[in-house]
Design a protein around this ligand. Structure first.
Ligand SMILES: Nc1nc2c(ncn2[C@@H]2O[C@H](COP(=O)(O)OP(=O)(O)O)[C@@H](O)[C@H]2O)c(=O)[nH]1
Ligand SMILES: [Mg+2]
Length: 510
């Protein structure tokens, strides 16, 4: 139990290698791997232009920092990292870095050079969330018009130059939050688009979530979260094995609820608006943005109404006014309702709880596959010997019991990248085993039945994997899942005080 974490074992290994490596590409590779291991988990937010990415980033950070709507900053990949010295480092395509101050806690208006000469912007913030995760905001695609919607890449918002940088950022991500428009295209095509995105990354359903964004714009439903649920479920079924969940979220309400922009003066204005006593007047006022700005039934000035509209939109205004009707009079009371109706809690729990909770695993997974690749590097003859010598300690790390969960991530990745097609019941197994922080919970409580579940799982995978129609790679991946079930079986036997009968459960090894 108390063996050092995988990532600390890997860190020791890279430390040792760096003592012997001479300057050259091999050394650069290993020091990059080590540096990446030391950085917090990178959560990348991607999706089409104007799908609400920056708004959601602000909600996560609890601070209105990412530029929303237009402006230079919305067109470059922006990474938010923890740093006491708050600033924005603009990384140029020529390798130079310009350091810009933040303007009253906001992104600078201008980045000092044309956006096509910028690789990315790294913003250092002393923000508590960033101690655990780095958050990356991506530009996506400029316009999603009917005309260019025929390619999957543009549908997913990842074509063009900004699209390329977005795809790069996704490739570097440890975890992904992908904002999806409502499905208008063949579902299979969306799947292929995702698979393409995941190709160069370590991402899988374990580390990816899709968000149905801006659902308040869908129609005039009283509760868009509720109406979006069946759509989200249908999409989750289509994307099973690719993302762990499809969550409907009203990012705008989440941002307003969490990013410290809503003031007591705003609350007073809402109280005044709610005080309009003619129900019909109130309804008319909330028909559209124009109606709300044009209305003459309150003396709340137009500038304030415009501000409220920008923070809440029409649906959010309805939610806020309903909160006042139910007795809320302060900003805190109204914001609590906005938060509750945004659908954001679930997303935040997934990002902060599940992703950050598995950070060590995700990091180790990426570092191990990078190190394995480095150990086969042939273009650095001065370092070949040292790089090769990484292989046997890497194999030793492979024997660590914690590696089972990591190998499961490999299976999940193969599924998400479209490299492993599974029958439905086996797909369910992979999803359940990799998206839960406690895989043991998958086979239920500690009882005879859960042991049965574990051994049935192992048998199911043995029989699929041993089928002559499987490719060697499919058989290998199947063996990983089979072993994961065997490990659980063993743990269940151990925890019920039974003697170690692990050897009795050796199903279908070849
Ligand atoms: N009604 C509504 N508007 C939203 C929502 N999320 C974002 N917006 C608005 O949509 C516009 C684009 O949002 P932005 O975050 O800049 O999108 P990005 O291009 O994906 O980063 C802004 O005007 C936001 O205020 C939402 O959940 N509901
Ligand atoms: Mg943006």
């Amino acid at each position: 139990m108390s063996s050092p974490s995988l990532s600390s074992q890997i860190r020791d290994l890279t430390d040792e290698a760096l003592r012997d490596l001479v300057p050259g590409p091999g050394r650069d590779m290993v020091s990059q791997i080590q540096a990446k291991l030391a950085t917090p988990l990178t959560v990348t937010v991607a999706g089409g232009v104007s799908s609400g990415k920056s708004t959601l980033v602000n909600a996560l950070l609890g601070q209105r920092i990412a530029a929303v709507d237009a402006g230079e900053c919305t067109r470059v990949v922006t990474e938010f990292r923890y740093g006491v010295q708050e600033r924005a480092d603009v990384l140029g395509t020529d390798g130079t870095v310009t350091v810009l101050p933040l303007e009253r806690g906001r992104m600078p208006e201008h980045l000092g050079r044309p956006t096509d000469q910028i690789t990315s912007v790294v913003v250092h913030l002393s923000n508590e969330l960033l101690r655990d995760v780095a958050v990356v905001d991506t530009p996506g695609l400029n316009t999603v018009t009917e005309a260019n919607e025929d390619t999957t890449a543009s549908f997913l918002g990842v074509s063009g130059r900004e699209g390329h940088q977005t795809a790069d950022a996704v490739g570097r991500a440890d975890a992904l939050v992908f904002l999806l428009p409502l499905l208008r295209q063949a579902d299979a095509e969306v799947l292929r688009g995702f698979a393409k995105l995941f190709g160069g990354s370590g991402l899988s359903a374990a580390s990816s979530i899709a968000v149905l964004s801006k659902i308040d714009r869908l129609g005039r439903d009283a509760d868009p979260l509720q109406s979006a649920r069946p759509i989200a479920e249908r999409m989750a079924a289509e994307l099973k094995g690719v993302v762990s969940a499809v969550m409907p979220v009203i990012g705008l309400l989440a941002e307003t609820a969490h990013a410290a922009v809503f003031t007591e003066a705003d609350a007073r204005a809402l109280v005044a608006i709610a005080a309009v006593d003619d129900a019909l007047d109130r309804e008319d006022m909330l028909l559209s943005a124009e109606d709300f700005l044009r209305t003459e039934v309150t003396d709340v000035d137009v500038a304030t109404r415009r501000r409220l509209l920008a923070m809440l939109d029409i649906h959010g205004l309805g939610v806020a006014i309903a909160a006042v009707d139910q007795g809320a009079t302060s900003a805190a009371g109204i914001l609590q309702q906005l938060a509750a109706r945004s659908g954001f809690d679930e997303l935040r729990a997934a990002v902060i709880g599940r992703f950050a909770g598995q950070a060590d695993l995700f990091k180790a997974h990426a570092a191990l596959s990078d190190l394995r690749r480095a150990s086969y590097l042939r273009t650095d003859s001065a370092n070949t010997r040292v790089l090769r010598s990484l292989r046997s300690p890497l194999e030793r790390i492979e024997l660590d019991p914690a590696m089972h969960r990591l190998r499961m991530l490999e299976v999940a990745h193969a599924v998400a990248a479209g490299e492993l097609a599974l029958p439905d019941d086996l797909l369910d197994d992979v999803v359940a085993l990799t998206t839960s922080q406690d895989p043991l919970s998958v086979v239920g409580s500690i009882s005879g039945r859960s042991r049965e579940t574990a051994s049935a799982g192992a048998a199911r995978w043995a029989s699929w994997g041993n089928d002559a129609r499987r490719s060697p790679d499919e058989s290998r991946l199947a063996r990983i899942v089979k072993e994961a079930y065997e490990v659980m079986w063993t743990e269940l036997v151990g925890s019920t005080g039974g003697h170690d009968r692990s050897r009795e459960l050796r199903i279908g090894d070849r």
